[in-house]
Design a binder for this molecule. Structure first.
Ligand code: F6R
Length: 613
């Protein structure tokens, strides 16, 4: 979703701003812009890619040492240059992430004061509002840009991260955060701001994460910061472990491809804490985990998209292994549903980014209902969700840049399996012998995934047969139904083929009507307790001329015949088999997208981190 970069530096900053925007491209956007101060405000904006903005900047010779930049993912107003940020109000420029909920009433008020709007955005309201505060048209005349921003922020409702520069104070940058992430980069030659650490690592690893309500004034030599109460505060400067090459493509063609192939490493890193362990300790979920797990009588998982499919897979594990009831709810539904809270329930929020607005709001809703046993499973240690839960488990997948989630999903699954084992142990449902077996299986997982990756040439060959397809069905049963759902989501989001997943037994209750020779049916077919039932479901497809693409275990005894294409998975993996099967489905989607010629890493209309409702 939208991205912010800002700088106040001893050096020319335009290249840094453009490089930062390029790094943030993965978040999804449809226009970009920047503004710098250099004897007045200079601005360039472009619909489309950052590369188009860069060529405009080069032509206009825009340069300066203080500047702000933005990638916009349209919410209010179509993708167009006039709606791209920065928005300007008489020598003052603003970039903004998030949504201002009361922008319509503010816009009317500002129009009444004579301000003329040139865009459809909520952001332009902020620019004029700060200007009106500066001039004392709203509130007392502000002493400086910082107090004008303070005054304006007090009138805003919604979630935002802002960066503001003004001709009135050409040596400073003011930033504010309420709900949307924003961090500062600290160096000896200047200060920087960004909505995502990856945009800062080219200049520094030293970062300061702003809290909600913080407003900061950045100059070349100093950071002055106040909290939501207007009190001067200091925030810790932390060393980011993100390396610049972690967000580079290296030998790969796409980030999605890189991230699929990084999964053995990502799983190895995530499971490092159990590498030599004979038994599991609850402390891996936080200091209070042992005490909380003792009280837990059920689990409620809240998440969106791919993360929710990780939760749905875990439901099968938790109920089977730990004998604890587990519900999974789509965060955007749960937050508006009247539910019955149980204080002994463990509320688990799963999120790659830790900033997904719906998941965060669902967590807030759960807390407002009296839930205190909260756990975040998240890939970004500094994220908002992680800071708001009692317990946490950080997956160590490393930065995920491709919009389609891959390594975040498999590492979430590994974390959820650890949770399952710990709940089972607490619930006296896990023998020492089984604990050792499961730990060994987890430790072997990176190798097992590596072997699935070796199927790539065969999967690539299959992908050619999807070149002219417009629809696909995915079938799975039991704990592999969520994996089929994830496979369908991957295929639709990056190849634009309409794909749906069904529990295979449900086929005859409706979707079978869709099956004909043009309908590829992808089947997740491990040799588990439901295999024979699944084979009968596959017969139903074959009998209607459907084309089957089956990912089977070696001992599933399913052979390729006319209309039945079978790929044999390298290992039969019991309860953890979903982790292996999903990797094969990721590869299929990736190669089908290549055949279709879509923008694999930045599929149309989508954003990486969905920070608006
Ligand atoms: C799909 C995908 C999305 C995300 C969803 C939640 O490939 O990536 O469905 O899973 O937007 O995002 P997080 O996990 O960051 O909360």
């Amino acid at each position: 979703m939208c991205g912010i970069v800002g700088a106040v530096s001893a050096k020319e900053c335009t290249n840094f701003l453009l490089a930062g925007l390029t790094t943030l491209e993965y978040r999804g956007y449809d226009s970009a812009g920047l503004a710098v101060l250099n004897n007045g405000l200079q601005r360039a904006r472009a619909k489309g890619r950052v590369a188009e903005l860069a060529s405009k900047v080069a032509k206009g010779d825009i340069q300066g040492q203080v500047g702000i930049a933005h990638t916009r993912w349209a919410t209010h107003g179509v993708p167009a240059e006039r709606n791209a940020h920065p928005h300007i109000s008489e020598g003052l420029a603003v970039v903004h992430n998030g949504i201002i909920e009361n922008y319509e009433s503010l816009r009317e008020q500002l129009q009444g004061l004579g301000y003329v709007f040139t865009s459809d955005t909520d952001t332009e309201t902020i620019a004029h509002l700060i200007q009106a505060c500066f001039k004392g048209q709203i509130g007392e005349p502000a002493e400086n840009l910082f107090s004008a921003v303070q005054c304006a922020v007090a009138h805003l409702k919604g979630a935002f991260a802002l960066a503001v520069i003004s001709e009135e104070e050409p040596d400073c940058l003011v930033v504010a955060r309420e709900g949307s992430p924003l961090m500062l980069g600290i160096t000896d030659e200047g200060h920087y701001a960004a909505s995502d650490a990856s945009a800062l690592v080219s200049v520094t690893q030293q970062m300061m994460h702003l809290e909600n309500g913080d407003i900061a004034r950045l100059t070349r030599d100093a950071v002055m910061l106040v909290d939501a109460q207007g009190q001067a505060v200091e925030r810790e400067v932390v060393t980011s472990h993100l390396s610049a090459n972690a967000v580079e493509l290296g030998e790969y063609d796409h980030f999605m491809q890189k991230e699929i192939f990084e999964q053995p490493q990502a799983l190895g890193n995530t499971l490092e804490m159990i590498s030599g362990a004979g038994q599991l300790q609850p402390g891996i979920f936080g200091a209070e985990a042992a005490a909380i797990f003792e009280q837990v009588d059920s689990v409620l998982i809240l998440a969106c998209g791919t993360s929710s499919y990780a939760g749905l897979t875990a439901k099968y594990w938790i109920e089977q292994v730990a004998s604890i009831p587990c519900n999974v709810e789509i965060a955007s539904e749960y937050r508006y549903r009247q539910s019955v809270a149980n204080p002994n329930q463990l509320v688990v929020v799963i999120s790659q980014s830790g900033e997904t607005a719906d998941t965060l709001a669902a967590l807030h809703h759960a807390k407002s209902l009296g839930h205190t046993h909260t756990l975040a499973i998240c890939n970004v240690p500094e994220s908002t969700i992680v800071r708001e839960t009692a317990l946490r488990f950080i997956t160590r997948a490393g930065p995920e840049i491709g919009v389609a989630s891959t390594k975040a999903f498999t590492t979430q699954l590994s974390a959820l399996f650890l949770l399952t084992l710990l709940l089972a142990k607490t619930n006296q449902r896990l023998s020492k012998e089984n604990e050792k077996i499961y730990l060994d299986e987890l430790r072997h997982l990176p190798v097992a995934v590596e072997r699935v990756l070796s199927l790539e040439p065969d999967i690539k060959a299959w992908s050619l047969q999807f070149a002219n397809k417009h629809h696909a069905l995915f079938l799975g049963r039991g704990r592999h139904f969520p994996i089929a759902s994830e496979g369908a989501l991957k295929l639709k989001e990056i190849s634009y083929i309409h794909a749906e997943a069904y529990p295979a037994g449900e086929l005859k209750h409706g979707p079978l009507a869709l099956v004909d020779a043009d309908m590829p049916v992808i089947v997740v077919a491990p040799n588990d307790e439901l295999l024979e039932k699944l084979k009968a479901n596959m017969q139903e497809v074959s009998a209607r001329g459907g084309q089957l693409y089956v990912f089977a275990d070696g001992d599933s005894a399913i052979r390729s015949t006319n209309g039945v294409n079978v790929l044999t998975m390298p290992e039969h993996y019991g309860l953890l088999s979903p982790v292996l099967h999903v990797v094969a489905l990721q590869l299929l989607s990736y190669h089908v997208a290549l055949v279709k010629g879509t923008d694999v890493d930045k599929p149309r209309n989508l954003a990486k981190s969905v920070t608006v409702e």
